[in-house]
Write a protein that binds this ligand. Structure first.
Ligand SMILES: [Zn+2]
Length: 244
C-alpha cells in the first residue's frame, strides 16, 4: 500500500489520527467512547470507534511521533511553564518548527482519513491537502499565518476539568475565513485554512515564529460548544456509573 505522507510503497501502520496522548483517557474499561457532534440536533452517543487507520509507513509514523512527543511534553508534562494572565496563557521559547508541524499533522491526518468521525474535515478538493503534505514531508513549517491555529481553553474551571470528551471535528467560518475546529480533551484547536490568512485580524494569536505560543480563553462564540461538551461529559459520567 502507499503511505499517504511519503507516497512510497510500504507496509502501513495502524496510525492514530488523533495522537494517543490527546485521547487516551477517553475510552472506558469496555473500550467505549462518548462521541458528540457540533450539530446541536445530534445527541452524544456511545461508540466503540477507534480513531485509527492504515495511513503511514513506519518512517513517517516515527517522524510525526517526534513532533507529538514535543507537543505532549510542552503542553501536558510541564516541560515549560507558560506565563499566566487573567485572559490567556503564553508559552515562550517554543520550538516553532516542531510544534507547527505537529499542528499541521493533526489537520492533515484528519483530512486524509476516511473514518466517518473525520468526515467533515476534507481539504482534498483544494490545493491545501497536498500543500500541507509537502510541508510535513519536507519538514517545512511555513509562515506563522499559514494554516495558523487558535488554541482555546475554557475559562470556567469546572469545564476545564473535562478531559474525557472528544467532539467530531467540523468546518467553521469566521468573518471571511474558513477553517476546521477540533475539540480534544476540552481544548479547542481552530485551524484557519483560507489562503488570505495573512490578513487575519487575530493572526498574532497563532504560534509565532519567535517561539511565542498563546493559549486563549473561550470567547462568546464558543460558549455554546462548551456547554455541549459539558452535557456530553455528564452522559459519560452517568454511563460510567451504570457500568458499576
Ligand atoms: Zn511514509
Amino acid at each position: 500500500m502507499i503511505c499517504k505522507l511519503c507516497l512510497k510503497e510500504a507496509t502501513l501502520r495502524d496510525s492514530h489520527i488523533v495522537p494517543k496522548f490527546m485521547h487516551r483517557p477517553l475510552w472506558d474499561e469496555n473500550g467505549r467512547l462518548i462521541k458528540t457532534s457540533t450539530d446541536p440536533s445530534i445527541s452524544p452517543k456511545i461508540t466503540q470507534e477507534q480513531l485509527k487507520q492504515d495511513l503511514l509507513c513506519g518512517d513517517c509514523e516515527q517522524k510525526i511521533g517526534r513532533w507529538e512527543t514535543y507537543a505532549r511534553d510542552l503542553m501536558f508534562r510541564n516541560a515549560s511553564s507558560p506565563e499566566v494572565y487573567e485572559n490567556a496563557m503564553i508559552f515562550h521559547g517554543v520550538d516553532y518548527k516542531k510544534f507547527k508541524l505537529f499542528q499541521l499533522s493533526l489537520l492533515w491526518r484528519a483530512s486524509v482519513s476516511s473514518l466517518t468521525f473525520f468526515k467533515n474535515v476534507d481539504l482534498s478538493a483544494s490545493p491545501h491537502q497536498e500543500r500541507i503534505r509537502s510541508m510535513l514531508y519536507n519538514e517545512e513549517p511555513g509562515k506563522s499565518h499559514e494554516y495558523g491555529c487558535l488554541i482555546i481553553f475554557p475559562k470556567d474551571k469546572n469545564i476545564r476539568k473535562i478531559i474525557d470528551v472528544i467532539i467530531e471535528p467540523d468546518e467553521f467560518r469566521f468573518d471571511t475565513y474558513r477553517g476546521y475546529k477540533f475539540c480534544l480533551n476540552g481544548i479547542y484547536w481552530h485551524f484557519i485554512t483560507s489562503s488570505h490568512t495573512g490578513r487575519f485580524l487575530f493572526k498574532n494569536a497563532f504560534l509565532q515564529e519567535d517561539g511565542t505560543l498563546p493559549l486563549l480563553p473561550d470567547f462568546n462564540f464558543i460558549k455554546d460548544e462548551y456547554e455541549k461538551l459539558y452535557r456530553a461529559h455528564l452522559v459519560r459520567i452517568s454511563t460510567h456509573n451504570l457500568n458499576k
